[in-house]
Ligand binder design. Structure first.
Ligand code: SF4
Length: 341
């Protein structure tokens, strides 16, 4: 599976054409240019959504290709983010330059801003229904601005978040934590109902040997169906890794001010181990103070591998509303709640 997958249709596919026309109508920005093949590439933007349309003419007929890019996340391995929790506290070396903290603290004290409380841990219950409201299936990074398994997030709240993921099963959820011990404990008990689902991917961060590598075993011991490692920021050579039970590995260097350098051999060692142990490998970035400068090619190519899973079709709006209503999630409150267990 690749989120940059291309779907192509001939002029017979009216539904896609209608969809494109509707998107064009809604678009607030619409820029076109020709690519090297002479095809016209149009970038349409509506709010936070972007769609790239590649249009060419074949045999006098219309031939459309759409390329659906990341909808609201710049993170290379996901489509969007969902944050029913905000804020966190640092736990290990990988947290040193936490981007979420830097971002959140900019808005501390700004009334009405989602990060009015900076990086203090807050539950955000009004975000719980969001996956039912999105109009297309997405890969969703759960809690990009927090850690769902933080010790101050109550068990019951984690269960509620997981019930949403279990019910809205047309999305793929990527749940990433540095608290793999708590993830393991809950997946064996209160979250057991979600452990064997293919559309919920449970992941842990691995930045070094001391704190990161032990999390791999904790994740494996959770005995979930889909497990992944985010080896970012990679801070040292991790040596030999046991990837048994892992379905996906992401590797990346640190970016931004003060970024700690990552050596190529550390990355290629992990790539080779993924190949040997048959685990899809995704190389996110080299990182650095100016990450765009170094890009994301490794030995002359990009690595954008994902696990292959079966996707559920998205149900009609009425069905989604009904499913959401049955969970009795909060809809009206815009307030956040201090997360003290
Ligand atoms: S666990 Fe993640 S969100 Fe929390 S401080 Fe560390 S890097 Fe930031």
């Amino acid at each position: 599976m690749n989120r940059n997958r291309l779907s192509s249709v001939d002029q017979a596919d009216e539904s896609l054409l209608k969809c494109l026309q509707r998107f064009q109508t809604l678009a607030q920005a619409n820029t076109s240019k020709s690519n090297e093949n002479g095809s016209k590439v149009t970038k349409l933007v509506t709010g936070r959504q972007k769609m790239y349309v590649l249009q060419s003419v074949r045999d006098g007929g219309n031939f459309w290709r759409t390329r659906q890019m990341s909808t609201n996340s710049k993170i290379e391995w996901t489509d969007t983010t969902w944050n029913p929790v905000r804020g966190c506290t640092k736990i290990s070396a990988g947290c040193k330059h936490c981007y979420a903290e830097t971002f959140a603290e900019r808005f501390r004290g700004v009334p009405g801003n989602p990060f009015e409380y900076g990086f203090d841990l807050r539950l955000v219950p009004h975000k719980l229904p969001e996956p039912f409201q999105w109009t297309k299936p997405q890969m969703v990074f759960v809690n990009s601005m927090s850690d769902l398994f933080h010790e101050d997030v109550p068990d019951d709240y984690i269960v509620q978040v997981t019930q949403v993921m279990t019910t809205a099963n047309w999305h793929i959820y990527q749940v990433l934590t540095k608290r793999a011990d708590r993830l393991r404990d809950l997946l064996q008990t209160k979250l057991r109902f979600a452990a064997n689902l293919e559309h919920i991917w449970w992941g842990t961060s691995v930045e070094n040997k001391k704190s990161g590598v032990p999390r791999i075993k904790q994740l494996r011991d959770a005995k979930a169906k889909m497990n992944f490692l985010s080896i970012e920021p990679l801070l040292e050579d991790l040596g030999k890794l046991n990837l048994k039970g892992m379905q996906w590995v992401i590797v990346g260097g640190e970016s931004g001010n003060g970024a700690r350098p990552m050596q190529g051999e550390w990355v290629t060692s992990i790539r080779e181990q993924c190949i040997y142990q048959n685990v899809p490998f995704f190389f996110k970035q080299w990182g650095g103070v100016r990450k765009a400068r170094y890009g994301r090619e490794l030995d002359g190519r990009t690595y954008d591998e994902y696990p292959t899973v079966n996707r559920q079709p998205i149900p009609p709006l009425a069905v989604r509303r009904d499913l959401e209503a049955r969970l009795m999630l909060p809809r009206d409150s815009r307030s956040t709640v201090a997360a003290i267990a």
